[in-house]
Design a protein around this ligand. Structure first.
Ligand code: SF4
Length: 506
């Protein structure tokens, strides 16, 4: 089977979902080829013949190979200003390679002023009008031969993010039109979210032969005639990863130790609204898998992509010593109150932890059902910092539980902990459409489209989006930006981990 991961996602590491599918197929005797069309398609555009019309474009194009080379080395991650100059240059090359009047493409986003990625009719139009898609040239130059060479009747498309949707459907349209004998399977996180909606109407049935909701390994095997009862657990197959192709200083491999979230109680979380069942293997089994990845692929970094790495697995990791560095998302758990535990994590290779603090107001945290105690969060940040682990703190403003005074408490918490917080991610709350909180609020569509997953709402405490945005831009950022590191443009935490020098060093 041919599995394709379409653009656009951040081009710094290979996709994890198709790696698992590939492992499942190969272990059960089905040949499988994976194409990361995301990195290939982006490089195709970046390296295309663009006529430079201004000084910036001329300079960037002249240094094109140098920029790509630099972003794959470690030196540039020691100089934030130079790094940003290079990333903005690269992004500029990507954006001018397409019709800018219609398409807005960056290293992390894709938008079309004509078609919406949350409207099923527009997605089908993107498929029908695939020749207009900016990646059409890449489909022909980079994918045609691979589809022709594939002996399987199926082509699988993995759509995990909204930024992949319009290109993914254009790709589906191209395959349907050019390879009449092929059947298309579509799956991935975004497709699963859509299919989980109570009002999902299967709008793609004419174009897509099979849509898969949730983990795709077993459904794919059953489709190919392998009956139930096959092994359910696989170690990702990264054989498709080409050397030195991704924009990162070394080989980064994503690895997921659990499915869903072991907490699953935060009221604002789409994960809760989608009720994706949590499941995990024993920590010792997951460690075995990680050792296989280490031996087989010698990664420089492992990106743990769990919604939150479980305390049991963190404990298991803390006793191990790996040849790679690792980072991932965790909750504020009591293990972090032990400085030795944090030091052991660092010694196991942990360079950065992402932590969803969300709010610096205990009452808001309680109402959110976040399960976080601010005193514990405070000690955790200090212990991680003392152990030399970068902390990337996520904050969420504008939930229905927060008012202006609560947002100011968050600001005070951050100011009091600025020495222990390396990076901040500031987000404005979007209300998940099918969350329990949506039921009690006056809501309306956030984006127009039958597949939109979020709602706008009248804030019960009068703390509306406009005020929240103003607070973040004019007050919060102003007060903390001097003391917190600059979040890497477009790549955010995926690159933040590489700036792992001690805070304050230049
Ligand atoms: S811990 Fe994170 S993923 Fe889990 S429910 Fe809360 S916000 Fe969602």
């Amino acid at each position: 089977m041919l599995l394709i991961f379409p653009p656009i996602a951040k081009p710094c590491e290979p996709p994890a979902g198709v790696a698992l599918l590939s492992a499942a197929l190969k272990e059960n005797g089905f040949p499988c080829e994976v194409v990361d069309a995301n990195i290939e398609g982006m490089l195709h555009l970046i390296q295309s013949d663009v006529t430079a019309k201004d000084v910036w474009s001329k300079r960037a194009i002249k240094k094109r190979e140098e920029i790509l080379f630099e972003l794959k080395g470690s030196r540039i991650y020691q100089n934030t200003d130079r790094y940003h100059q290079r990333v903005y240059d690269l992004n500029h090359m990507l954006s001018i390679s397409v019709d800018q009047k219609r398409f807005k493409i960056s290293l992390s986003d894709y938008s079309d002023s004509v078609l919406s990625s949350v409207n099923s009719k527009d997605l089908l139009k993107s498929a029908a009008e695939y020749k207009e898609n900016p990646f059409y040239g890449y489909f022909e130059a980079g994918l045609r031969q691979k589809v022709e060479d594939s002996s399987s009747e199926y082509v699988g498309l993995s759509i995990c993010y909204l930024n992949q949707a319009l290109v993914g459907f254009a790709l589906a349209g191209w395959i349907k039109d050019n390879f009449r004998d092929k059947k298309i399977i579509m799956g991935g996180g975004l497709i699963s979210s859509w299919m989980s909606r109570l009002d999902y109407t299967h709008p793609f049935d004419e174009l897509i032969d099979v849509c898969i909701k949730g983990e795709g390994e077993q459904p794919l095997l059953e489709l190919l005639g392998k009956n139930k009862g096959t092994k359910k657990h696989y170690v990702p197959d990264y054989d498709f990863v080409k050397k030195d192709v991704y924009l990162a200083p070394g080989k980064v491999l994503p690895f997921r130790a659990s499915i869903g979230c072991y907490w699953s109680k935060c009221r604002f979380c789409p994960e809760k609204a989608e009720t994706r069942a949590y499941s995990s293997q024993r920590a010792s089994k997951v460690l075995e898998d990680l050792r296989i990845i280490e031996q087989k692929y010698s990664p420089d970094y492992v990106h743990l992509i769990d919604n939150a790495v479980t305390p049991a697995f963190l404990r298991a990791l803390s006793h191990e010593r790996f040849s790679f560095k690792w980072y991932g998302f965790v909750r504020f758990e009591k293990d972090f109150l032990d400085p030795d535990f944090c030091r052991n994590l660092k010694e196991s290779g942990c360079d950065m932890l992402k932590l969803g603090l969300e709010s610096g107001d205990q009452a808001v945290l309680n109402q959110m059902n976040k399960g976080t105690d601010l005193e514990m969060a405070s000690k955790t940040l200090k212990n991680l910092h003392a152990a030399g682990i970068l902390t990337f703190v996520y904050l969420l403003f504008g939930t229905s539980f927060e008012d202006k005074a609560a947002a100011h408490k968050t600001l005070e918490f951050v100011k009091a902990h600025k020495a222990y917080i390396d990076y901040l991610n500031l987000a404005v709350f979007n209300l998940p459409k099918f969350s329990e909180d949506a039921e009690g609020l006056e809501t309306w569509e956030f984006y127009h489209g039958d597949l939109s997953l979020y709602l706008n709402f009248i804030h019960p405490l009068g703390w509306d989006r406009k005020q929240v945005k103003h607070f973040i831009q004019r007050i919060f950022k102003k007060e903390v930006s001097a003391s917190i590191r600059k979040n890497p443009a477009f790549f955010s935490s995926n690159h933040a981990v590489f700036f792992n020098r001690i805070k304050g060093e230049s």
